[in-house]
Design a protein around this ligand. Structure first.
Ligand code: ZN
Length: 205
């Protein structure tokens, strides 16, 4: 992504009650070497850990989404021909990235919805909406993998549900099957009202 595309809305943001962090699919199978590797997917871990630290300090909720396919559900019918088998529940590939900080007591939400074309919202078939409601969330900060698939779908879904969404630019990476997928995803999200920031700009109050 060019610096120009990144340089929008980079002012510091102080997090406060009503904010939540959503960490999408930062799992071994999405990291380099994994079954559905996102190029440089491991680069999201450090910025995410930085943001997680700010959320932990302020005792604000963090939702860890993990792609989680029951083995018996993985079939060509569910996954089509475009996606290799990945993130099977309980396997090494479904584990979180080794260095990702999993804050104690924050929920881990399994995402078991089938995705034929790589894009599933973290709201699909999960208790995420209910939990965001319970925590009286208004603003969502989002990072993870892959930017143009589950991250974008989740961000768009969140905005259509009335949440204000901040995409953490250095905490997302695109699978980029086609060149420019990252820019296109960013454009789509911004058009729907997403704001963008960087991990270092998200500060505990
Ligand atoms: Zn999946």
């Amino acid at each position: 992504m060019s610096a120009r595309a990144d340089d929008v809305n980079v002012k510091s943001i102080v997090i406060r009650p009503g904010d939540a962090l959503i960490v999408v699919d930062v799992q071994r199978d999405y990291l380099p070497g994994g079954a559905l590797a996102v190029p440089h997917g491991d680069a999201v871990v450090e910025p995410l850990n930085r943001v997680i630290d700010q959320f932990v300090r302020t005792d604000l909720p963090i939702f860890y989404i993990r792609d989680w396919h029951p083995a018996q559900h993985v079939s060509p019918v569910n996954h089509g021909s475009r996606l290799p088998v990945h993130c099977i529940a309980g396997t090494a590939g479904a584990e979180f990235a080794p260095r990702l900080w999993i804050a104690q007591s924050d929920p881990i939400i399994p995402l078991t919805a089938a995705h034929d074309h790589g894009a599933v919202s973290a709201f699909e078939g999960t208790p995420l909406a209910e939990q965001l409601n319970r925590t009286e969330t208004k603003r969502i900060f989002i990072g993870g993998l892959a930017m143009e698939h589950c991250v974008m779908k989740t961000a768009l879904d969140a905005m259509s549900r009335g949440y204000e969404v901040y995409v953490i630019l250095d905490a997302v990476r695109a699978a980029s099957a086609r060149s420019g997928d990252d820019r296109r995803a960013l454009r789509v999200m911004r058009r729907q009202g997403a704001r963008t920031t960087r991990a270092a700009n998200i500060l505990a109050g």
